[in-house]
Design a binder for this molecule. Structure first.
Ligand code: NAD
Ligand code: ZN
Length: 254
């Protein structure tokens, strides 16, 4: 088995970033772990404590109250008050410096935007909006909506659902097309904190590879990409590696 030290590959990563013309980031739950938001899989992951069924569309329609009890606890209670960490800030700084063109995230926590990133494609939607299952109206999330569950539409009183993708739900075609286009344009993809196992999102970086992109991966543990898709694997926490890279990239720029 291969072993990795945190600094392994860091100079190779720096060179890849400096040489790239179009960089896209692809992020998963691991980038937000150090902001206090639990991941689904892995050690202390949410699936150790919850049944993934609470996020199935079928269960939501059959038991909206119970589904919302789980959703509020799993997501909203963890997201409220969460702040972006150094890894989110690093990607925002890269974009501001003209070094990063886009972020495609599987996350629904809004932390990339909170860090100042602008071109963010939320592949799985967002927790910051609630969509009416009756009339389709989309409302901005407000804490008061969750005081009484399930939350209801102000217009037609039907049940509101978080505007993120549940199990059994399709990805919007428009979002998928934009994400795939970004991937096909990238000559470097920086993947941070994802197992690479959630379909069909996990296929996106492969799209970049088809177009000869270099893949740089940051993760505390090897993922489905490590040793197969990734050209460079930086093993360590997202904040630790991001701080290290930021130091090398921006030390001469300020
Ligand atoms: P995952 O939960 O399946 O896996 C998390 C990955 O992050 C693992 O590979 C793990 O090794 C890595 N990781 C954990 N802590 C890390 C750290 N500090 N630094 C770097 N890497 C770290 O996540 P996933 O693959 O993104 O898929 C789960 C699905 O659930 C996605 O669709 C995601 O959107 C959703 N989800 C989102 C949030 C959120 O919005 N913050 C939270 C949980 C799950
Ligand atoms: Zn409505």
């Amino acid at each position: 088995m291969m072993t990795y030290k945190p600094a392994d590959g860091i100079l190779e990563a720096l060179e890849a970033i400096q040489e790239a013309v179009h960089i896209a980031a692809f992020t998963g739950a691991g980038i937000s772990a150090e902001s206090g938001i639990p991941t689904f899989r892995g050690k202390d992951g949410l699936w150790d404590r919850y049944d993934p069924e609470v996020l199935s569309l079928e269960y939501f329609h059959r038991h909206p109250f119970e589904a919302w009890m789980g959703i509020r606890e799993i997501f909203y209670n963890n997201f409220l008050g969460a702040e972006p960490n150094a890894a989110h800030h690093f990607l925002a700084q890269m974009e501001q410096a003209g070094l990063l063109q886009s972020i495609i995230t599987q996350n629904i926590d809004g932390l990339h935007q909170k860090a100042g990133s602008r071109n963010v494609i939320e592949y799985h939607g967002s927790s910051s909006r609630l969509a009416c299952t009756g009339c389709g109206r989309v409302a901005d999330f407000e804490g008061s909506l969750l005081e009484e569950l399930p939350p209801r539409c102000a217009v037609c009183s039907d049940i509101l659902k978080p505007d993120f993708v549940f199990f059994g739900e399709m990805i919007s075609e428009d979002v998928h097309a934009r994400a795939a286009r970004e991937m096909s344009k990238a000559d470097l993809v920086i993947i941070t904190g994802t197992t690479g196992e959630v379909m069909p999102a996990c296929l996106l970086p492969w799209e970049a590879k088809k177009h000869q992109a270099t893949i740089l991966e940051i993760n505390t543990n090897p993922s489905a990409y490590t040793g197969s898709l990734s050209d460079i694997f930086l093993r360590g926490s997202a904040t630790e590696i991001s701080n290290h890279l930021a130091e090398l990239i921006f030390k001469n720029m300020s």
